[in-house]
Design a protein around this ligand. Structure first.
Ligand code: BEZ
Length: 211
């Protein structure tokens, strides 16, 4: 069965551009983003990998390691790296897994045969410190991802793991959040000392509690 939110992220040990990686050990107590791209030396993938490299400090601020993957071998990733630098200005500074036998791609369901029988689609998995899958998204090969959105989801996941809140549509770090329905108005007064505004009894906004 396909992986779902809340499932344990399957562990694996495999080769990468930064040596052998065992997923669970590599992530330690932090968060992880595991994402696949269809193929090396392709235009959209080049822009994506450059962007993830540029954003690496933003992932680090969130205690998050990023790991890329395609079914190409590590040698191919390594020779593509100079193109990524030329084209985007960013050095490939995070591990890219080589997966020519598709072990990891199959573990994570990254090959969608009705889209492409051999290449991985653009899958993203966010993995929490408990090694559980917190987010799954899938894009087609023709559409480059918005990695600012992945950072935005990480902010939401990390906030909602700490506080009894949820984040509304289009929320960004620093904006008001929603108090979950499990919290009564009485409790909310204690838990959210900055106060709250009830637009509906079930829709109560409060300033972001960790700001
Ligand atoms: C690309 O990265 O541009 C790409 C890769 C595979 C299929 C289509 C586009």
């Amino acid at each position: 069965m396909a992986l779902q939110l809340g499932d344990e992220a399957p562990d694996f040990t495999t080769e990468s551009t930064q040596g052998t990686i065992s997923l669970h050990d590599y992530l330690g107590n932090g968060w992880g983003v595991l994402f696949s791209h269809p193929a090396d030396v392709t235009p959209v993938c080049t822009t994506e990998l450059g962007e993830v490299a540029r954003l690496k400090p933003e992932f680090e601020k969130r205690n998050t390691k990023v790991i890329g993957l395609s079914v190409d071998p590590v040698d191919s990733h390594n020779s593509w790296a100079s193109d990524i630098k030329d084209a985007t200005g960013s050095e490939l500074n995070f591990p890219l897994l080589g997966d020519p036998d598709r072990t990891v791609a199959n573990l994570y369901g990254m090959i969608h045969p009705n889209a492409n029988t051999t290449a991985t689609v653009r899958s993203v998995f966010i993995i929490g410190p408990d090694k559980k899958i917190k987010l799954i998204i899938t894009y087609p090969a023709s559409t480059g991802r918005n990695f600012q959105e992945i950072l935005r989801v990480l902010d939401s996941l990390q906030l909602t793991a700490e506080y009894q809140v949820a984040t509304p549509v289009n929320w960004k770090d620093g904006e008001d959040v929603i108090i979950t329905v499990a919290v009564s108005d009485e409790e909310a007064k204690d838990k959210f000392p900055k106060g709250f505004t009830a637009v509906k009894p079930y829709l109560r906004y409060t300033p972001q509690p960790n700001r």
